[in-house]
Ligand binder design. Structure first.
Ligand code: FA5
Length: 348
């Protein structure tokens, strides 16, 4: 019997040494320690031994049983430690590692330009205002000295909105930001120094025109305002936005709401002002920034401002065109700005 117990112990140890997971450990437990396990069966045999022998063999059998249980418990702990070690390995994270910053978007190039333009003008006291982007014909044309059916209106190729007319006429998608002029004069008494940046719409589309673009409108009204003040403000802006090395010029022009009127040009940033006509963008060295002029007396009157006391100047430029004229930007087709091509947009 003692020999059988020794054999069983050896067998138990050998099986135990090959156990590497919980399933095998459970199988070993059933095979040796379970109700019908090998040890139980042997212990039954012990019970049938003669008294004397039963005492000694019984004691040995108990030792074997305890040894099994201790070895079993040890293995169980080993497996537990290894499993939780493996789990830790799988789920490990270094809480001291610096976080990975999520990819951040940024303002569109046009929005960046609008912020910059606003900041440049605010430095010389131009307050930022916002006139409606959909407005009555009166503020867009009529009050700006462009009566109904005046051919000047055709220049703006306006989108009319299908809404009932009021005494201020039809509603239009503003083709320029000049609607802010009389609107502001109705609300604020001079001196006025404002900048209005907004979306504008025209039925146009080619390499220098898009149907939705942005303009910024400046208006200054005070006593004794002259063209020299206008020129000074335009030069200040050109220097602040484009830096030195670019030339500007004023060309006589005609707008119904300014007198005298000018077109403000800047030498082209793509070709550097090559007047040969070879540049795809400017076709002659100069790019038109936008219009400007001294506010027409009729416009002042429409806004309730006395033209015998006050005078003023106004200008209205395209944000996208202004941006395209910037050194180093080299956009030779305005439409790329709104194609949502990330390869382009993420460069800025
Ligand atoms: C005007 O819109 C006048 N309201 C400007 C003005 C304001 C004159 C105050 C005098 C006093 P013009 O139609 O030239 O002017 O447009 C001004 C600028 O808007 C253009 O020089 C150009 O830079 C930009 N622009 C006009 N149409 C488009 C277009 N379809 N796409 C992109 N930019 C445009």
């Amino acid at each position: 019997m003692k020999h059988k117990l020794d054999q069983l112990q050896k067998e138990f140890e050998s099986v135990l040494s090959r156990v590497t997971d919980r399933a095998a450990l459970e199988a070993l437990k059933n095979a040796f320690l379970g109700r019908k396990g090998k040890l139980k069966l042997l212990l039954k045999e012990v019970a049938s031994l003669a008294d004397e022998e039963r005492k000694t063999i019984g004691a040995i059998a108990n030792e074997v049983k305890e040894a099994f249980e201790v070895a079993y418990g040890k293995k169980e702990r080993e497996l537990g430690t290894r499993e939780s070690g493996e789990q830790r390995e799988r789920e490990w994270m270094d809480i001291t590692e610096p976080g990975r910053a999520p990819r951040e978007g940024h303002l569109h190039l046009t929005s960046q330009a609008m912020e910059e333009i606003t900041a440049i003008f605010s430095r010389i006291g131009f307050e930022s205002v916002r006139a409606p982007e959909i407005d009555w014909d009166y503020y867009v044309f009529e009050s700006l000295n462009m009566p109904a059916d005046h051919p000047a209106r055709d220049d703006w190729e306006t989108f009319f909105v299908d809404l009932p007319e009021s005494k201020k006429g039809k509603m239009v998608l503003t083709p320029h930001t000049s609607n802010s002029q009389v609107r502001l004069m109705e609300q604020v008494k001079p001196p006025i120094r404002m900048i209005n940046i907004n979306r504008t719409y025209r039925r146009q589309m080619d390499i220098t025109h898009i149907p939705m673009f942005h303009q910024f409108e400046g208006l200054l009204i005070d006593k004794g305002v002259a063209v020299t003040h206008l020129k000074g403000v335009l030069d200040y802006f050109a220097l602040a936005f484009f830096g030195g090395g670019r030339k500007t010029r004023l060309r006589p022009h005609h707008f119904r709401f300014t007198e005298p009127s000018f077109e403000v040009d800047i030498s082209c940033g793509v070709c550097g002002g090559n007047e040969s006509g070879a540049c795809r963008l400017c076709k002659g060295g100069w790019l038109e920034l936008g219009g400007a002029g001294m506010v027409h007396p009729r416009v002042l009157e429409a806004g309730g401002v006395d033209p015998s006391v006050y005078s003023g100047f106004a200008f209205g430029w395209g944000v996208e065109r202004t941006l395209m004229m910037r050194e180093g930007i080299k956009i030779d087709d305005i439409r790329i700005l709104y194609k949502n091509d990330l390869r382009f947009v993420t460069q800025f």
